[in-house]
Design a binder for this molecule. Structure first.
Ligand SMILES: *Cc1c(COP(=O)(O)O)cnc(C)c1O
Length: 252
């Protein structure tokens, strides 16, 4: 039997956190890439970095928050709902970036600052209803909405998103819904395609949208592989996962 109470207390503390150190290093490298790309594009506005934490544990979000990350992206409601509930005291904004079924709108409205994957009128209606309910219950703020545009819609092999032809109508619908704010556009560069061509097209679609909705200036584009190209073509938000967190664990 021992009575070294001080020693016992210290043993409870983690000796070090190699994962935190790894995240700090990888995050630093990505931040440097964003800064150089922004300089190279002669832009004065630094895009917002959203760290995509899908498939990684809530503990990583906590570590990232301690490193100054304020925006995180998730693509599945079940996972995002659980993590945001676990981390309710952590100062990060949650952004929903995945395909969203209308029946999940109610859940997403509880934790999301933005939905970046709005791609159809029914989803706008469901989100408006859910946000109104949540506003009454908790006084949440307006929900930022990005219209997800499919940049290979014509090729038929699209990775989700509305046809560019439907953007204006969706914009109207979001703008006229109480509690929803039309923030801009989101897109994923087509697999195996030229990201420059894709993001140039996205910039043109954004310009057309802004002609009608001047405040919808957001362009959420750019992932680990193509962030430089996205910054060159005016991305205001970047969604970076694997270059910061490492490859995603196998889906369980
Ligand atoms: C997973 C995901 C990302 C992050 O991609 P990485 O290649 O890991 O940086 C960005 N956007 C969306 C829509 C995603 O699903």
């Amino acid at each position: 039997m021992t009575s070294f109470d001080d020693g016992d207390e210290q043993r409870e503390e983690p000796v070090g956190d190699p994962r935190a150190a790894e995240l700090a290093e990888r995050l630093g490298l990505v931040r440097q890439r964003i800064e150089s790309a922004t300089r190279a594009a002669a832009r004065s506005d630094l895009p917002t970095l959203m760290v995509v934490t899908k498939f990684h544990p809530a503990a990583d979000v906590r570590r990232l928050a301690a490193l100054g990350v304020r925006d995180v992206g998730e693509n599945r409601d079940q996972e995002a709902a659980a993590k945001s509930a676990e981390l309710s005291e952590v100062d990060v904004r949650w952004h929903f970036i995945g395909q969203l079924q209308s029946n999940k709108a109610k859940s997403v409205a509880r934790y999301a600052a933005s939905v970046q994957s709005v791609d159809r009128p029914q989803l706008v209606e469901a989100l408006a209803k859910a946000v109104a309910r949540e506003k009454d219950a908790t006084g949440r703020s307006d929900l930022d909405c990005f219209i997800q545009v499919s940049l290979d819609h014509d090729a038929g092999a699209h990775r989700g998103g509305a046809s560019p032809a439907d953007v204006e109508l969706l914009g109207e619908k979001i703008e006229s819904a109480d509690g929803l704010v039309l923030s801009g556009l989101m897109a994923v560069a087509p697999l195996g395609g030229d990201p420059d061509a894709a993001f140039e097209r996205l910039a043109a679609i954004s310009e057309a949208l802004r002609a009608v909705h001047p405040a919808a200036v957001g362009i959420s584009a750019g992932m680990s592989q193509d962030l430089e190209s996205a910054v060159r073509f005016g991305a205001t938000h970047l969604r970076i996962g694997s270059d910061i967190l490492g490859s995603r664990p196998a889906v369980g």
